[in-house]
Write a protein that binds this ligand. Structure first.
Ligand code: PMP
Length: 417
């Protein structure tokens, strides 16, 4: 599959060779660096993509959830053109910033106040900083298999986290008793517990509601702040997973799609936590309130991704996941999708995992084969087998994906046994 892949993409291969001469590791996003070389996409329209070698794809990667609006949403394009006409950044505050903040505080139950950053990574670093400053405590609890940004990656197995900027206490995801015990043990030093309501990079593994409720309780007990990293999961309802579950964290971090596809991050929460900014805490950043992101965000969240749109997307994803799992069950093969709403990830084991796990070499091979087979069928997914539906994806596209998965199950039956 790899050889066939390479043979059809000489221009992407050549670009990769050139990139290795000037880019450390050949690119600047580890997640899209895969062997033998990544496909270079050069054009997009709604939920379609074209690569450097001229192939067309159905885009189900959805820019790792940041591409919620697709590649050519006219209202996003219009506001960006309008902003460009007026000039780019003015070293100044602007109405777009205030309006986007108001929209977000109106939607997410935990957000009394919010501040903007350029990425989810920065949002998480700033949220942790705010929690440490408020509590006067140094440590942060995080979960194995969690991902909170390029410098906040928590491997599930093997290597311990490297080069982390803060002292961390690690616990197992979806292990309520273990997390509570660890939180109590470090209670006097624990500033925050940071958790994804669904592990995104860790394989679209949902948190059990009882696990999150236990974190809420132990945070209250120890005085640590509970931070929900909703960089990916905020799309699952107008008010994110916190609204869907009825569990309100002290702080929330956001990112990805919220600025209509422009660079984005945000962190916020209780007014008392956020009131530290403007007082004892500084948070500077040239592009924090850049006018492209702020104004695109107002249109994206105020006009396009309404509560109804979020609910419809959620239901579409749930139906897709059930449909795909039905195909695998009917065939009796160890293939299954986990996830919530419009985000799902394929696994090659049964029953579907409820916690992060270390893949076997066999599972890794199947995951790679699945990715290349989907590319061959003209469907672009995340290399790790994640799908993030975007709003332009319709029933015809879902039929096409389901047919491709059915084809994989049929043609790769031997390998799946
Ligand atoms: N948190 C989560 C849950 C994420 O999935 C990501 C990005 N994949 C981040 C934080 C980091 O966001 P960014 O890539 O914008 O820095």
């Amino acid at each position: 599959a790899r050889t066939a892949y390479a043979a059809k993409r000489p221009l992407s291969a050549a670009l990769h060779e050139q990139a290795l001469e000037v880019l450390g590791g050949g690119n600047t996003r580890s997640v899209i660096a895969y062997s033998p070389f990544p496909t270079s996409m050069t054009r997009g329209e709604d939920c379609r993509l074209w690569d450097l070698d001229g192939h067309e794809y159905l885009d189900l990667c959805g820019e790792y959830t940041a591409g919620l609006f697709g590649h050519s949403e006219p209202r996003i394009h219009a506001v960006l053109h309008d902003v460009l006409r007026r000039g780019i950044n003015f070293a100044s505050v602007g109405p777009g910033e205030e309006r986007l903040a108001r929209l977000l505080c109106g939607r997410f139950p935990s957000l009394e106040r919010v501040r903007f950053t350029n990425s989810g990574t920065e949002a998480n670093l700033m949220a942790l900083t705010a929690a440490r400053a408020l509590t006067g405590r140094p440590k942060v609890m995080a979960f194995r298999g969690g991902y909170h940004g390029g410098v906040l990656t928590f491997p599930f197995a093997g290597s311990s986290p490297a080069a982390l900027p803060l002292p961390f206490v690690m616990a197992d995801y979806n292990d309520a008793a273990g997390a509570a015990a660890a939180a109590r043990e470090h209670g006097a030093e624990l500033a925050a517990i940071i958790v994804e309501p669904m592990l995104g990079s860790g394989g679209c593994i949902p948190a059990e509601p009882a696990f999150l409720a236990a974190l809420r309780a132990v945070a209250d007990e120890t005085g640590a702040l509970l931070i929900f990293d909703e960089v990916m999961t905020s799309r699952h309802a107008a008010g994110g997973m916190q609204a869907r579950l009825g569990i309100t964290p002290d702080m929330t971090t956001l990112g990805k799609y919220i600025a209509g596809g422009m660079s984005f991050g945000a962190f916020g929460g209780r007014a008392d936590v956020m009131a530290q900014f403007g007082g004892k805490l500084a948070h500077a950043g040239t592009f924090n309130n850049n006018v492209l992101s702020m104004n695109a965000g107002v249109v994206a969240m105020g006009e396009i991704f309404t509560a109804e749109a979020a609910e419809a997307l959620y239901r579409r994803g749930e139906a897709l996941c059930a449909r795909l799992n039905g195909l695998a069950e009917a065939a009796g093969v160890p293939l299954g999708f986990t996830g919530i709403g419009s985000m799902l990830t394929v696994h090659f084991r049964r029953p579907a995992p409820g916690r992060p796990y270390a893949s076997t070499p066999g599972e890794e091979q199947l995951r790679e084969l699945f990715f290349f087979d989907m590319l061959e069928a003209g469907i672009y997914l995340a290399r790790r087998g994640m799908v993030a539906l975007s709003l332009p994806v319709g029933e015809a596209e879902l039929d096409r994906f389901a047919a491709a998965v059915a084809g994989f199950i049929e043609h790769r039956a031997e390998l799946l046994r």
